[in-house]
Design a protein around this ligand. Structure first.
Ligand code: PGA
Length: 262
């Protein structure tokens, strides 16, 4: 009965790698996975380069038929107009972007994006047929005050306001204290929250959506800990920051199925 969710390993490059470096990394990553074709086939890989790299990476993926998804790290709440510096979902869709990260804690913190902005961005992504990768997570203060799941659950409830039962979305649970800190959540902690996030999807969008939607864990994911996260029933992949910037490390994360015991 249960739907099989294809694992998704997503690389969020943040403000790293110019377009030449991005192209070089994608090429090397593709080569490094070729000898493991059948393992890589059972895992979806998506890269999220900076805006200025998107066109170059898209051209390379098309020309060399590299089976990686392409995504952007943010989008505007508007379609077009006098919004200096912003990028619309329409432009991203034209570049064959399939998805877009929304509500990353770095956007929430440094660009004052609140839940209303996140919900508006989710609506824009869906309008332009981009899969929103909705990031939620608690700070260390939230963790002390409310426990691990209260804040991410509330964030997701608000982010899903414009989604419907048929919307394709991805949810990423990223505890803020685990991002870039080298201190990942334990697989058990992450599983507990991811299960609650799936419950939110079930309540808001129905059983089918809950079964089909991929819920990722993010925050200090490395080749040494990915397999343990992927053993958890409600963790369907990872959103990887630092670990996605080096070919060997990202390649090893993508090939987690080869790690002992998975
Ligand atoms: P990290 O970042 O893997 O470097 O902790 C994850 C993220 O911010 O998505």
């Amino acid at each position: 009965m249960g739907v099989t969710r294809t694992p998704l390993i997503a690389g969020n490059w943040k403000m790293n790698l110019d377009h030449l470096q991005a192209v070089a990394l994608v090429q090397k990553l593709h080569w490094s996975l070729k000898d493991a074709a059948h393992e890589a086939d059972s895992v979806d890989v998506t890269v999220f380069p900076p805006f200025t790299d998107l066109r170059s990476v898209q051209t390379l993926l098309d020309a060399d038929k590299i089976p990686f998804g392409l995504g952007a790290q943010d989008l505007s709440t508007h379609d077009s107009g006098a919004y200096t510096g912003e990028i619309s979902g329409e432009f991203l869709a034209k570049l064959n972007c399939g998805s877009v990260i929304i509500g990353h804690s770095e956007r929430r913190e440094y660009h004052a994006e609140d839940d209303a902005v996140v919900a508006a961005k989710v609506a824009q992504a869906l309008k332009h047929a981009l899969v929103p990768v909705i990031c939620v997570g608690e700070t260390s203060e939230d963790l002390e005050k409310f426990g691990a799941s209260a804040v991410p659950v509330a964030q997701l409830e608000k982010a899903l306001e414009s989604a419907s039962a048929t919307s394709e979305i991805v949810v990423a649970y990223e505890p803020v204290w685990a991002i870039g800190s080298g201190q990942a959540a334990t697989p058990e902690q992450a599983q507990e929250v991811c299960q609650k996030l799936r419950d939110v999807i079930r309540e808001k969008l129905g059983e089918d959506a809950a079964e089909r939607t991929r819920v990722l864990y993010g925050g200090s994911v490395k080749s040494g800990n990915i397999a343990a996260f992927m053993r958890e029933p409600d963790i369907d992949g990872a959103l990887v920051g630092g670990g996605s910037l080096k070919v060997d490390e990202f390649s090893a994360i993508i090939r987690y199925q080869k790690h002992v015991g998975v």
